[in-house]
Design a protein around this ligand. Structure first.
Ligand SMILES: [Zn+2]
Ligand SMILES: [Zn+2]
Length: 422
């Protein structure tokens, strides 16, 4: 009974740790839903994606080039972002004026403090420079990444961070616009050298694909709006009161709630204006990956990203018992070699599933695959095989040991607690 599909009664193969699903009727194909939106911006993005991603995909497929162009929505987004910054700045200006002209009037002083506090709260913020891998100690890794940047005509990155996640990303920190590449060692460890080139090609592609949401002006405006919203939304501002206080609180909350709709609406408007351009930018980043490493490697690295479930299984196993000396990376590699065909097939089908995507801001995976196949790059511009993967691994050995040690010293109980908090 247990090993039959509840939908069509077909016999199901048993792989205890993997998802049980039916290859005849696709029952339970994708029980793990993708990440939930992290904030308002991603929520809007998801909604827009449901209505627009297919139409945009068809359009971009016909387009002669995916390179950035000035368009009316893009121009409006830039102007609108400028306007948002002007609003923030005007709070500071009004606050200063009230302070200087109104002195020592108590009302003027109060107004000045409120305005200046708002301005301070909403100022653009810059992430601090994280600890990056020193170039001198990781020459092979940096040369590989630098050469990919050079191939794409991208600015060389400032630094690389390696962590224990099954992921990779590129981000900008500090006001000097320093680019930091983050590589998750578990993902990195299961990629071939060509797939690694494709992974980096996509991430570095983000710095040359003209994504407006990643520009300084628009990016900081988005941050400001999110902060405006959090600042005004009463539920995020204070705890609900009881008794008499609740009576006083109610109209104030209502007022704030109404005011909070303004940044919310603005955020939606920006998301709407930028949506087309950011989707284009993602397809272009994929294409850059193909230019660097070839279409085949770009597709393969995209597929490997779907093995996060396997990463989780191995990670849970290693962390389940404390103080053992298990080699997480070796077990992951073995696991990857033994993934049952039934699970591989499941991942292939999820990739083809309408609406399936790796991250909310990325287009649905079937479109990304289709687009990569539509503009095939047979010959990779970078010969990844010329790079010494062994030396790169040797350079990363200490970090590998560190992660192993950490996974072995965390008990499952502790991890679960961490997860619940996060
Ligand atoms: Zn079935
Ligand atoms: Zn991307």
């Amino acid at each position: 009974m247990e090993n039959r599909c509840p939908q069509c009664n077909h016999t199901l193969p048993v792989h205890t740790e993997y998802v049980k699903w039916c290859d005849l009727c696709n029952w339970n194909l994708n029980p793990l839903q993708p990440d939930k939106p992290k904030n308002l911006w991603e929520t809007f993005y998801e909604t827009l994606g449901q209505s627009q991603s297919r139409r945009l995909f068809e359009k971009f497929k016909q387009a002669p080039s995916l390179e950035p162009r000035m368009s009316l929505p893009r121009l409006l987004a830039i102007l609108f972002s400028l306007f948002i910054h002007i609003v923030t700045i005007s709070f500071v200006v009004v606050g200063m004026t009230l302070l200087i002209r109104g002195w020592p009037n108590i009302f003027a002083l109060f107004g000045a403090i409120v305005c200046l506090l708002i301005g301070w709260q909403l100022r653009p913020r810059f992430a601090k420079m994280p600890a990056i891998l020193p170039r001198g100690e990781y020459p092979a890794l940096y040369r590989f990444v630098d050469d990919i940047a050079h191939t794409l005509g991208a600015k060389p990155i400032t630094g690389i961070i390696v962590d224990d996640q099954f992921n990779a990303s590129i981000g900008t920190v500090t006001r000097h616009r320093k680019q930091i590449l983050t590589l998750g060692l578990p993902l990195w460890s299961i990629l071939t050298i060509e797939e690694r080139a494709a992974l980096i090609g996509h991430e570095l592609g983000h710095s040359v694909n003209g994504d407006p949401a990643r520009t300084f002006l628009v990016g900081t405006a988005l941050d400001s709006l999110l902060r405006w919203y959090e600042f005004l939304h009463p539920a995020l501002l204070w705890e609900p009161q009881r008794g008499l206080f609740a009576l006083v609180e109610l109209p104030i909350n209502l007022l704030f709630l109404i005011m909070a709709q303004l940044p919310k609406l603005s955020l939606y408007m920006l998301a709407y204006l930028l949506y087309r351009d950011t989707q284009r930018a993602e397809y272009l980043a994929d294409h850059k990956a193909a230019v660097v490493a070839g279409t085949r490697a770009a597709l393969a690295s995209l597929e490997k990203m779907y093995f996060e479930g396997t990463y989780q299984i191995v990670r849970n196993r290693v962390t389940a018992v404390r103080n053992t000396n298990r080699d997480f990376f070796q077990e992951l590699a073995e696991r990857m070699r033994q993934v049952p065909p039934h699970e591989v097939e499941r991942i292939r089908r999820i990739q083809q599933l309408e609406g399936s995507r790796l991250y909310i801001t990325h287009p649905p995976t079937p479109y990304r695959i289709d687009m990569l196949l539509h503009h095939p790059v047979d010959e990779a511009r970078l010969v990844a095989a010329h790079y010494d993967a062994h030396q790169m691994d040797a350079e990363l050995a200490a970090i590998r040991d560190d992660i192993n040690q950490r996974f072995n010293s965390l008990s499952d109980y502790y991890l679960q607690k961490l997860k619940r908090r996060g």
